[in-house]
Ligand binder design. Sequence first.
Ligand code: NAD
Length: 373
Amino acid sequence: MTIGLLKESGEENRVALLPESVKNLISLKVSIWVESKAGEKAFASDEDYEAAGAKICGRAETLQADVVLGIQQPLDSEIDSLKESQVLICLFQPLSNKILVESFLKKGITTFSMDNVPRTTRAQAMDILSSMATVAGYKAVLLAASHSPRFFPMFMTAAGSIIPSKVLVLGAGVAGLQAIATARRLGAVVEAFDVRAAAEEEVKSLGAKFVKVEGAQDDKGAGGYAVEQTEEYKAKQQALIQEHAKKSNIIICTAQIPGRKAPLLITEDTVKNMASGSVIVDLAASSGGNCQLTENNKICLKEGVTIIGDSNLPSSMPMDASKMYGKNMVNFLKLIISPEGDLNLNWDDDIVLNTCVTHQGQIQSSRVKSILY
Ligand code: NAD
């Protein structure tokens, strides 16, 4: 069996497998074809891939492998050129990409989306969402610190005392918790808010204060994810966040609901009430943003506040982000490759079934089916 590794295009700096992951896969008795310069932006050369046992190919040949891997989806025309027997594995975000899912159905190809991996204990080693959220939460704080006109830690110097920055983290999932830990390590005073009651303990264990709004809906059937809240709750939440935001120097926004527009937590009015020089980093920018004034993929200064809209911060740390992505990918591939090195799709395995978007013209993932149709 052959596995093809695509070079990412545009602004994407990561690669789905680094040479170390290629080496690991070759021990599974598969051949790896790597598109020339695939690892260049993640500091892995064609020679490094060759030394790991891969063959360097052109793009057209790579796209003919039995299993084709990438991060961002290939061009529509390239997807169109795939055969029904081929498997394509990327981060497709199928819950907000119905047109793409329909094109897969029409082609009859097998597609797996790594953002579909169930958030279960057994699937943890393949959980690319958690890996990338870890990178994003960490980098968001560094970015905020470098755009802030103030120190993060407290200083007592001969030139006087500097009070520590106040950081407010909205959404305490994987990215939010990493942001809290990073901001604390830099010496900031940190508060965090989430609609999930379970987040309170995790926030406190990292030394941050939990901002609590009573009356949140927590749906046990949502697999640990947040669910849409009532209008009454949203109004209470808005008022409390406004109060805390006014006193914060930095806000890190990470609140998301899979397949939905991101919740609006910071209104224009809230931004107007923040101190000049404050910084907002909005990781939910691509799904509408948690801040009303966020512009996706832009850094802008509004009402004296720097607002950074970036949902692809993992791409700005391509070396370690690719390392984590590749390790998760190899662990997933081990589930669908037999010891003889053949493709083995076991639909009784919940991880295989639910990570799969389409197979032979059918949607496999129950989550994709229920949210899209
Ligand atoms: P996410 O990226 O979907 O959302 C980020 C955070 O935003 C979540 O904590 C969510 O509750 C919060 N949020 C949503 N709407 C909000 C609102 N209106 N106000 C404030 N906060 C809001 O989440 P994630 O980081 O991918 O994690 C989602 C869940 O999955 C968590 O419960 C996490 O613990 C769980 N998880 C489990 C595993 C595992 O068991 N293997 C792995 C990773 C994550």
